[in-house]
Ligand binder design. Sequence first.
Ligand code: NAD
Length: 343
Amino acid sequence: MIKVAINGYGTIGKRVADAVAAQKDMKVIGVSKTRPNAEAFVAKQRGYPLYIADISKKAAFEKVGLTVAGSVEEMCKAADIVVDATPGNVGATNKPLYEKIGVKALWQGGEEHELTGFSFNSSCNYKDAIGRQFVRVVSCNTTGLCRIIHEVDKEFGVTHVHAIMVRRGSDPGEIKKGPIDAIVLDPVTVPSHHGPDVLSVLPHISITTMAMIVPTTMMHMHAIQMTTKKTVSKEQVIELINKHPRLGLIKKSAGLKSTAELKEFAMDLGRQRSDLWENCIFEESIYANKNELCFFQAIHQEADVVVENVDAIRAVMGMEKDAAKSIAATNAALNFKTIQNNH
Ligand code: NAD
């Protein structure tokens, strides 16, 4: 059993913890919180030992009935690997601790590629992560882009990608972020950071990205256009999506044309936390003509990186050398079959 610690038990950390706990070959040895709030009670309910960043706050946790197992340093010492899911740029400040202890660590997309020198996506570069000490799992948008670009590139050769990201303003539980009534260019300049971030995983791809933030919380929407070396047909693209364990297809039969309806569908299907771990590519939007391919894909920002973290743990620990086997194990443990299997 791989002993996994989750440093930062928030939106991503709590999901990674549950996904790790569901695997046969790993267990959660602890999660960390900075303050005693609702998420800390969720950790207690799940039975995850609770560690705290600032041990001087121990009394505040115990006062509300939360048992503190120890400090973050103690948690990291007890682990084979730490999944750092603290907020962007906070994670980087933990690197000296992991180096001092000599523990393996994963970071999230809020950190710079340079922090680890290696950015991960299960479908693209699993093998290159095997045995590394430090790995960064790319962000939700980059994960969604890398998955589909890599598949299309393998099959048809990608000459250029142009992608426009319509990003959610905040996660559903974040009450202090906006915008409330604006479309915010993110940034005004082109390209947005997403294109360069894709290159941290797929360095040979030519890509330009633009991004804007809108007042929604549930998902991102990508409008993607690719030019390909070989001619491409809609049927071939659908086949390629159906073969991939993390590319979802929203078929015409579902009658969905929005992120809201999609999340409602996931909720009704009984997905844990209504999480969509797969890219959600709208079948009807797939337009293929000669060397041009266009489509819309929705990305659940809280979920798609979670399964990637689980595979990254296996790769870094050298427990499974085959990406496809790790992906299959991760998905099976979560009872995750891509959404086209449900309609
Ligand atoms: P979050 O704010 O929801 O959770 C972070 C957690 O870390 C909180 O519980 C916070 O209390 C805790 N924390 C803060 N400082 C800490 C410290 N010093 N030690 C231990 N815990 C600490 O953040 P999140 O949205 O889960 O993001 C985490 C990382 O994942 C970031 O790098 C982010 O960019 C990335 N990410 C987020 C999303 C998303 O949509 N939320 C998607 C993909 C990647």
